[in-house]
Design a protein around this ligand. Sequence first.
Ligand code: A3P
Length: 345
Amino acid sequence: MHANLNTKQSPPKNSKRYISMSFTNTFQPPPLSQDFKDFLSTLPRKKIFAKEPLYCYHYQGFWYLEGVLEAVISCQEHFQAEDSDVFVASTPKCGTTWLKAIAFALLNRRRHPAASGDHPLLSSNPHDLVPFLEIGLYGSSKALDIASFPSPRLLSTHMPHSSLPESIRSGSKCKILYVARDPKDTFVSAWHFFTRVGVADFTMAEALEQFCEGLNSYGPFWDHFLGYWKQSLENPERVLFLKYEDMKARPAAEVHRVAEFLGCAFSAEEEEGGEVDRILELCSFEGLRGLEVNMKGKLMVGHAENSIFFRRGEVGDWKNHLSPEMAERIDRIVEEKFSESGLCL
Ligand code: A3P
């Protein structure tokens, strides 16, 4: 029943033991190799609204910023999945941080019951505990050492399913948790995020143009959602498709689904003892956002402020930002792209 509970290593003194770091605060990404620059020059590219000239490159049907693309290709070439691996996958701003926290709390609850005063989620941002393949591991800093990860390895990616390394797609029995979200809220969340981190310099109307063309990092969103949706129907034991809105509406039921999917369903004792509610509280928007580490801390890789991952945490915030015409434009794409798939967002 608890086949996948992470019990193989003794409890770490602090959460840093989950990962091994080898970067410094002064790290600058190394220049792109000439080979990679030559390869980039063969790809379609488009300029996106940004403070510095910034291009997205079209690779295997999706748009990537150049640094991300280099990491994606490196990951495709080198990453070897293990059967016990668990991945949290998403397109940005769909609830990745939340799902990372939940997956971490579920898989590590033997070592770290949700109520424990030294729970790693109390002192580390979920992105530091569940790193992205194409940022921390294969990104330009190569800041993390995969060999030091405890088993089962809990990792993350924004890569579309069709571009995942072969060993994740079909060469292993690893599991993927995917979270999708109403694209209107995803868009609004992304606009705030990229504006706040200082990369983007565009109005919401300009950003919407690009979003509806599919021209955003890891876009188009519709193909990203559909790739994982299709896999969740064809391989339900390997890919679990979650929706942010369902997680908000019935968090306990969705956490049970995740636990069962990961092979670590709650025991009767845990149910009666209130472990489910404690995990929900620990991972809740208010719970995580209010922690000192998430109010004042910075990510270990990239050094973004942790607070940028916690904005409103609501369903339907798009109503405060999009005109009816803007909302309709996204809804028409959803209708056109998803109507035959059975996917409702
Ligand atoms: P908003 O910008 O709409 O508030 P991601 O984690 O994929 O980057 O997505 C970020 C979005 O998830 C943000 O949405 C953020 O506020 C919300 N979020 C972060 N942690 C959350 C949590 N524990 N519960 C619910 N929503 C959360």
